[in-house]
Design a protein around this ligand. Structure first.
Ligand code: DGL
Length: 266
């Protein structure tokens, strides 16, 4: 029994798609969400920088006495997961292993589209794990950086996002693809428009559901579930533009207040 919060980290808005699923599957936990809004996007940055930013974010969450760290960001998982798991002494959960599991559990997929940030695509973390599970699988991976910016601007669901989705995914639609994995936590915010464009022929896979399931398992196996079922809360911290974050975030999750904290150099 442990009523300390679970720490959830992303570069920006995207991790809320994971937080939302955690709240759905595990409603009785205290949560702390941190978004590095001063330095989003992470995806186009060099590895060393992503690692440094991630360490700074995690130090902040550790100071808040979290009991588990959820890296609700594929880019950070791709670059910093190995470091974090070695160097912090609470359980760490990323989104890539759950994402890979979600693909494996999805049935007969011969051709998979993978959309993510540049850093995630180039890390080959998804591709290597998926090929290990199914050497015959064909993966078409594409970096879609503008989709991150669209979500950060609060432009999901507009004509602008529709056009950019079409531009990035036109040949996915024309190919004989079975499924597409949203390997960036920002992209489920655009899920309806992506689904509308790709039509029902292409299955859409979001790692969030499997991530929350895995988190539930970790809490149970480590015997750190929250015993006090009432008055659980979620606190939100950002490194810049709290008001802008709040106005976009509240379309995805219930949110009272967003605190701004100075973390790292800009
Ligand atoms: N939400 C992030 C991901 O899952 C990263 C977006 C970014 O900062 O570029 O990869």
């Amino acid at each position: 029994m442990d009523n300390r919060p679970i720490g959830v980290f992303d570069s920006g808005i995207g991790g809320l798609t994971v937080l939302r699923e955690i709240k759905k599957q595990i409603p009785n936990e205290n949560l702390i969400y941190y978004a590095d809004t001063a330095r989003v996007p992470y995806g186009p940055r060099p590895k060393e920088e992503i690692l440094r930013f991630s360490k700074e974010a995690v130090d902040f969450l550790i100071q808040k006495d979290i009991k588990v760290l959820v890296i609700a960001c594929n880019t950070v998982t791709a670059i910093a997961y190995d470091y974090l798991i070695e160097n912090i002494d609470i359980p760490v959960l990323g989104v890539i292993d759950p994402g890979v599991r979600a693909v494996m559990n999805a049935g007969d997929i011969k051709t998979l589209g993978l959309i993510a940030t540049k850093a995630t695509v180039e890390s080959m973390q998804y591709q290597n794990r998926l090929y290990k599970g199914d050497a015959g699988l064909k993966i078409i991976a594409r970096a879609c950086p503008m989709l991150v910016s669209i979500v950060e601007e609060g432009w999901a669901g507009t004509d602008i996002s529709k056009l950019i989705i079409e531009r990035y995914l036109q040949d996915f639609k024309d190919s004989s693809m079975d499924a597409i994995i949203l390997a960036c936590t920002h992209f489920p915010v655009l899920r309806d428009q992506i689904a509308e464009f790709l039509t029902d022929d292409i299955m859409i896979i979001d790692p969030a559901e499997e991530t929350a399931k895995e988190l539930k398992r970790i809490l149970k196996d480590s015997d750190i579930e929250n015993g006090l079922k009432d008055n659980t809360d979620t606190k939100f911290y950002v490194s810049d533009k709290a008001d802008k974050f709040k106005s976009i975030a509240e379309k995805l999750v219930d949110i009272n207040e967003v605190f701004e904290v100075a973390i790292g150099s800009r």
